[in-house]
Design a protein around this ligand. Structure first.
Ligand SMILES: *[C@@H]1O[C@H](CO)[C@@H](O)[C@H](O)[C@H]1NC(C)=O
Ligand SMILES: *[C@@H]1O[C@H](CO)[C@@H](O)[C@H](O)[C@H]1NC(C)=O
Length: 168
């Protein structure tokens, strides 16, 4: 009985690590999330994006309510055209992997939101070792994230060893 409880506890912690790590990397718009920008400051997303360095394989996370995220091509970005997205999500918590280098164009799929500035261009560079990230000033979100992932992996290994010892 006791060991079952302990097993469930460990399992819960392991699942939490996965869940917690999944959204740490780049939170679009920081605490505000993915919203219609204030009328007097409609460029918040491109300002946010221009202060970051994105590499192939990085993930960005959109948090929102009653809204959606679309990845579109440049024409549709410029025109706020949500008819033919390459990617669409409206789960409220979208994790998008930047799986190639080059430009990504994101818009809100909610009527009128893109026109009010809820859109963002992201420029992704090739992965070329981790050394370059440190030089760009400010703390790198990506390096914080990889540290978190490493802790997560170590924790999971310890947890499984613990469980293994209990049952074998
Ligand atoms: C923009 O809006 C914010 C929040 O409503 C306000 O605090 C700020 O003073 C405004 N800035 C300008 C330049 O109007
Ligand atoms: C984007 O897609 C539309 C069709 O949805 C197409 O007409 C347009 O030429 C495309 N633009 C680019 C830059 O590929």
């Amino acid at each position: 009985m006791a060991s079952t409880t302990r097993f469930l506890l460990v399992l819960t912690m392991v699942l939490c690590i996965f869940k917690c790590v999944s959204c740490i990397e780049f939170q679009v718009g920081e605490r505000a999330g993915w919203i219609v920008p204030p009328a007097n400051n409609s460029k918040i997303y491109n300002e946010w994006a221009s202060q970051k360095r994105f590499r192939v394989g990085d993930t960005i996370c959109f948090k929102y309510k009653k809204d959606s995220v679309m990845e579109v091509n440049k024409t549709n970005y410029d025109e706020c055209n949500s008819d033919r997205p390459n990617y669409f999500s409206n789960t409220g918590n979208t994790i998008y992997t930047l799986d190639r280098s080059g430009f990504f164009y994101f818009i809100s799929g909610a009527t009128g939101h893109c026109e009010k500035g809820q859109r963002m261009i992201i420029w992704v560079i090739e992965q070329e070792g981790n050394s370059a990230a440190a030089g760009s000033g400010g703390t790198s979100d990506a390096s914080i994230n990889s540290a978190m992932v490493s802790y997560g992996v170590v924790f999971i290994m310890v947890a499984f060893q613990f469980v293994y010892q209990q049952y074998v």
